[in-house]
Design a protein around this ligand. Structure first.
Ligand code: PPS
Length: 336
């Protein structure tokens, strides 16, 4: 096996691993491992080679990201541009139009279903890899896998379009915390969650390695790197840049229409993209604490700087030092 295809699995040890196992295992996640250095659920191991040998096509379009950095927003932007703003077709749930490659590897559905045969999951959840294998081209694919777990050999051969979206880690951490309570049964405190984030011990971490592996490839012709903060600051510019990358010509009027479609309020109220259906499955089958479901929403705040009301001064300065150390000399910044 060449080094590009190898996935080395190791156990997770230490205090942070204990905290992860204590507060972050549940009905569908039994434990965690490190895969090529990245934290992944134990269950992922069964699929590691299937992902590495995933059949990539030249006309695939991937949206890649660390969790909670604007993936859904970017997916909807990319899909709408690529499909000439076909808002009728965009009523199909995003998870079907733009499936999540990793989905099946993240949750131990087999185990869950053996004890809860009443629970019904859609096919793109139960077998995300097979679902994507059977989709006609062009395919739109979401992934949070870090570079080293992706089918990089096929990326080299097929040169699909790869769009990476990044977000400042303080807001990403706050968003990931709320997501984890709402959708993944996290039981720890926010401070404990910050420790896991800073200690590169959350699923898909290490954070900076994730971002920088894509950042360093940003100038390759089939790569586009976008930032959540730029989308907030000037969405029309990011739409134009993405359209150019996808080889699409958008009139000013269409850019304006798409900007409105992608506004936070519009997406929050759009059942095709707001993940209410996923939250509903958890509610219906009692998979997540009802209280968490009542107070949470996938489309939560959608803002830049939300961390200011949530993180202590000390935690903010630890995140800032961590960011400074990791971004030194890379040319990447978040200016927050
Ligand atoms: S996931 O589950 O990892 O795919 O989540 P992801 O889509 O990457 O991130 C979710 C956060 O993105 C926010 N979001 C938006 N912000 C601004 N405008 C629009 N249109 C938009 N759509 C999604 C969403 O609210 C989550 O951020 P927080 O900070 O939690 O609100």
């Amino acid at each position: 096996m060449d080094s590009d295809s190898r996935v080395v699995i190791q156990g997770l040890q230490g205090q942070l691993a204990d905290s992860l196992h204590k507060d972050f295992t549940n009905l569908f996640r039994k434990g965690y491992v490190r895969a090529n250095g990245a934290v992944m659920p134990e269950y992922y191991q069964e699929f590691a080679q299937d992902i590495k040998s995933f059949q990539v096509r030249t006309d695939d379009v991937f949206v890649c990201s660390f969790p909670k950095t604007g993936t859904t927003w970017t997916q909807e932007m990319v899909w709408c541009i690529a499909n000439d703003l076909d808002f009728e077709a965009a009523k199909v749930p995003l998870q079907v139009r733009f499936p999540f490659l990793d989905h099946t590897t993240l949750f131990d559905y087999e185990d869950l279903l053996s004890t809860r045969p009443d629970v019904v999951f859609p096919p793109h959840v139960l077998d995300s890899i097979g679902f994507l294998d059977n989709l006609p081209s062009p395919r739109y694919i979401k992934t949070h896998f870090p570079w080293s777990l992706l089918p990089t050999k096929q990326f080299q051969d097929e040169k699909p379009k790869l769009i990476y979206v990044a977000r400042n880690p303080k807001d990403a951490c706050v968003s990931y915390y709320h997501h984890s309570r709402l959708l993944e049964g996290y039981r720890g405190t926010f401070d404990e969650f910050c420790e896991l984030f800073l200690g590169d011990s959350l699923c898909f971490a290490p954070f900076w390695k994730h971002v920088l592996e894509f950042w360093k490839r940003r100038d390759e012709p089939n790569f586009l790197f976008v930032k959540y903060e730029d989308m907030k600051n000037d969405l029309p510019s990011v739409i134009r840049k993405t359209a150019e990358f996808l080889g699409k010509n958008l009139s000013d009027a269409k850019v304006e229409i798409l900007t409105e479609h992608l506004s936070f309020n519009s997406m929050k109220n759009n059942p095709a993209v707001n993940y209410e259906d996923v939250v509903e499955i958890n509610r219906k089958y009692n998979l997540i604490d009802k209280e968490e479901i009542e107070k949470g929403a996938f489309m939560r705040k959608g803002s830049v700087g939300d961390y200011k009301g949530q993180m202590s001064k000390d935690m903010i300065s630890r995140f800032d030092n961590w960011t400074e150390t990791n971004l030194k000399g890379t040319g990447l910044s978040f200016n927050l």
